[in-house]
Design a protein around this ligand. Sequence first.
Ligand SMILES: [Zn+2]
Length: 212
Amino acid sequence: MFCPLCNNVNTEVFQEVNSKLYYKCYNCDLIFLDKAHYLNQEEEKKRYNFHQNSLENQGYIDFLSQLINPLKEFLKPTFQGLDFGCGPNSVLAQLMNQYGFSCDFYDPYFFPKLVKNKTYNFITATECFEHFFEPKKEIELLISLLKPNSYLGIMTELLADESNFKNWYYIKDPSHVCFYSLKSFEFLCKKYGFKMLYTDKKRVVILIYQGV
Ligand SMILES: [Zn+2]
């Protein structure tokens, strides 16, 4: 089985949970769901429509603040940002606007148009890495949108305890297909020329893109 993040074949069945097979890659430490269990586009879009968040939802704003607060420290007022995989509502981009940063947004289902040839000083990707069917392809798309010395802020729940994988709430969402550890992000740094600037070791990772 090829790893969808690093393309390596050094993968093995990791666990079977509720008759779904999960593989682990021993090259980049990604755990990934067997493709046979991926939702189709319609089912996936339906699930995303459940996630109707807005600026009125303080709980969601607090959640995003876990990334926005540390990220803001690295940004300058002139910076152009992009919220990648924003879902049906562009809450994070609106929050960034409130903080004085210009921020576009993109989502393959809801706002599928990227501004042609535009690159960014910072990109946020909250709760989307775990949905990537083809993480290698998506990360390479992200990189193509980043200027040199730009910031990539990611939120995805990090797998801390493999022994508890079966009971981990994060795998219960049927649209979650890829699970990363800090080691996976260290792999990405090495491969693509990022440096890790910040992590809470739970769900927030901020990288700077320096190129290879
Ligand atoms: Zn891998």
